[in-house]
Write a protein that binds this ligand. Sequence first.
Ligand SMILES: NC(=O)c1ccc[n+]([C@@H]2O[C@H](COP(=O)([O-])OP(=O)(O)OC[C@H]3O[C@@H](n4cnc5c(N)ncnc54)[C@H](O)[C@@H]3O)[C@@H](O)[C@H]2O)c1
Ligand SMILES: [Zn+2]
Length: 367
Amino acid sequence: MAVIPVATPGGAYEVRIAPGLLARAGEECAPLLRKREVAVVTDANVAVAWRETVETAFSAVGKTTAWFVLPAGETSKSWARLGELLEWLLGREVERGDAIVALGGGMVGDLTGLAASLLKRGCRFIQLPTTLLAQVDSSVGGKTAVNMRAGKNLVGAFHQPALVLADLSALDTLPARELRAGYAEVAKYGVLGDAAFFAWCEANAAALLAGDPAAREYAVAHSVAAKARIVAEDERETTGARALLNLGHTFGHALEAETGFSDRLLHGEAVALGMVLAARFSARRGLMAQGEAERVATHLAAAGLPVEIAALGLGCDGQKLAAHMLHDKKMDAGTLPFVLLRGIGAAFLDRSVELAEVAAFLDGELG
Ligand SMILES: NC(=O)c1ccc[n+]([C@@H]2O[C@H](COP(=O)([O-])OP(=O)(O)OC[C@H]3O[C@@H](n4cnc5c(N)ncnc54)[C@H](O)[C@@H]3O)[C@@H](O)[C@H]2O)c1
Ligand SMILES: [Zn+2]
């Protein structure tokens, strides 16, 4: 088992990474549980795959579980569901000292974390991330949110979990497309700050995606350690260090907006495309060699991720894509900071990028 400590001003906790952790969730979580009943939040798909395992694990340490099962999908990350969840938690008489358990991907984790931050002005929660994306990204760092009509993740809070158990076995039931999408966030840590890890990714992505346990453990542990370092330095995204995690996300967000945040393009797929665009845009600005940018594209394509926006058939121009960026919540006094690259492993924040330049670049990419 790999154990990665996360230390932020908002809380210190462990991320434990191993196969079989859900089957041991009772004993792993027991020190954080006071009452006999444990409130577990999940979604319908995860419930089918893992509810019984988790129920059995908690009953092995004398705990009963009460389940709040959301419909699967991003639309459940809503203000309305947040209200229902809070009413349900109050109905179960969850107290401040109790820990709420979030079993699922980023959707479940973000919603449950926000509910935990609000319930009685803040109670503890435990993340049991079941997607690769949630294991390497969303379960760590304390960002919680729901989506609003005006945009994604616009209402939220920083609220760190008390414990994260990343069970690598959970990835066995994850649809392959979701696994690949989550992999984009793994590769992101290499592209943004760790050329050696990117080289490891090039050599090991196939094994990881095929289920090799050692490759999975290394990739998840390495990614979590990278995120832990960044959030320890900049928990609330004020100094700029945490902003580097947005590599590929400004371009990606525009693509997600253009495709209506639908199954046409999963978040991780948008991030893969966004990283390639950030790399090519950096090359166009003379910051990095064109060959380095194409190395990013070649690797992500080999991992089964989309890398050419021309192939999406968007039917829009660069101007329209760039316009989506105006609604990005990172907009700051009229400028949008972009994460650009001086090379693989050398990302930096550039506040000088004009959207007109981005639009012209995107026109070229759209073909
Ligand atoms: N808080 C953060 O720092 C942060 C970071 C990145 C992303 N996010 C958020 O995370 C969300 C995306 O997370 P996600 O990609 O995990 O999506 P998700 O939670 O919607 O899960 C994706 C799909 O996989 C299914 N699923 C999950 N685990 C499964 C398993 N083990 N077996 C079978 N099916 C399983 C789900 O039911 C769902 O259909 C977005 O809302 C995004 O905004 C948050
Ligand atoms: Zn992301």
